[in-house]
Design a binder for this molecule. Structure first.
Ligand SMILES: Nc1nc2c(ncn2[C@@H]2O[C@H](COP(=O)(O)OP(=O)(O)OP(=O)(O)O)[C@@H](O)[C@H]2O)c(=O)[nH]1
Ligand SMILES: [Mg+2]
Length: 325
């Protein structure tokens, strides 16, 4: 790829869309040359001057994540904030969360000068997504977007968890969620900062109200005077006030997080977790860039094919070659 790192970095700082898009494509690439350029680019951009809000939005397919992101995004833009949206669900290609899908669901937002929307990366395995997501967020933060919203389906099942990449996490809940609600009560609640029951309008209004009451009464900490009190809301994309309330609560929560050491601490922990969970894939990538290692790998394979060595022997050979033991 013809790429001038200096020029690209300059344009990224001006939030130039095509440069941002090209840079993210570079970050998502697994080609050796692209990886080197991406690292150069990130190094050139350096650490962001100030932290920007990273808001993770999660919830089951079709619950209304993209719709809420669009409305929240428009609200933030009205407050003179710039907004970037990232969709990271690696399986979304399977159930239609395609480029067109994401963009057409965020039509108003995608037309805003202060907004940048990046749909799911395609053709990536989970590990690749995890690595590129971290880097893309860093890029968007360096570009100076005030709010970075990250959409993903589900929580915890995939290698990359929304809680490891966002400052605040918002969990969207279907009206009458049933089993989902039980799961929320069991697991997610300690993680998510906000719960929002979607579609509190029309035929699902009453159901949303019931689910809301159910959640309000069942979340631990909410009945006591806990400082980690979870905030629970109802939303409707047809009700501007409900969106305003959520946007305001998110922003206030983040401001208070930023004003203490908590945000820094949280991000440091995330870096440590990320390193711990993903060192192996980085290691593998590093090794596969080394032609001597690749030659040795292929030799082992050939030897196995003709039955000259056993699998254990092949593995030992490779380990001894790599670590000189
Ligand atoms: N009535 C009503 N419908 C909504 C609301 N929010 C979303 N929807 C509808 O729900 C459907 C799914 O919305 P999306 O925003 O695409 O949901 P999503 O969670 O992003 O879906 P995936 O990305 O495919 O997992 C669409 O038809 C929306 O119009 C709402 O507040 N009220
Ligand atoms: Mg969506």
């Amino acid at each position: 790829m013809d790429w001038n790192v200096d020029k690209c970095a300059e344009r990224i700082l001006l939030k130039d869309r095509s440069s941002l898009a090209r840079a993210i494509t570079l970050i998502e690439s697994s080609k050796k040359q692209d990886r080197i350029l991406a690292k150069e680019l990130l190094a050139k951009l350096g650490n962001p001057k100030e932290h920007k809000l990273r808001l993770g939005i999660t919830g089951p397919p079709g619950v209304g994540k993209s719709s809420l992101i669009e409305k929240l995004g428009m609200n933030f833009i009205e407050q003179n904030l710039s907004v970037a949206v990232l969709s990271i669900d690696p399986s979304s290609q399977l159930h239609g969360g395609s480029i067109l899908g994401d963009k057409s669901r965020m039509l108003d937002l995608s037309r805003q000068v202060a907004a940048f929307i990046r749909p799911s990366p395609s053709g990536l395995h989970l590990g690749g997504t995890a690595r590129s997501t971290q880097d893309t967020i860093q890029l968007l933060e360096a570009a100076g977007f005030d709010v970075i919203m990250i959409e993903t389906v589900g929580i915890g099942q995939s290698e990359i968890s929304i809680f490891h990449i966002s400052d605040l996490a918002l969990m969207l809940v279907q009206p009458g969620a049933g089993d989902d609600l039980q799961n929320i009560k069991k697991g997610v609640m300690e993680w998510a900062d906000f719960f929002v029951i979607s579609k509190a309008d029309g035929t699902t209004k009453e159901l949303a109200e019931n689910t809301y009451q159910d959640l309000v009464h069942s979340l631990p900490g909410n009945s006591e005077n806990s400082i980690h009190k979870k905030q629970i809301f109802k939303s409707s994309i047809e009700d501007k006030e409900s969106i305003q309330t959520i946007a305001k609560a998110v922003w206030q929560h983040w401001e208070s997080l930023k004003s203490t050491e908590q945000l820094k601490h949280k991000r440091n922990l995330q870096q440590a977790d990320y390193f711990f969970y993903h060192w192996a894939e980085n290691f593998k990538e590093h090794l596969l860039f080394d032609q001597n290692f690749v030659n040795q790998l292929n030799t082992c394979r050939e030897q196995l094919k003709i039955g000259a060595i056993s699998r254990e022997e092949a593995m030992n050979l490779l380990i001894r070659f790599t670590f000189a033991v």
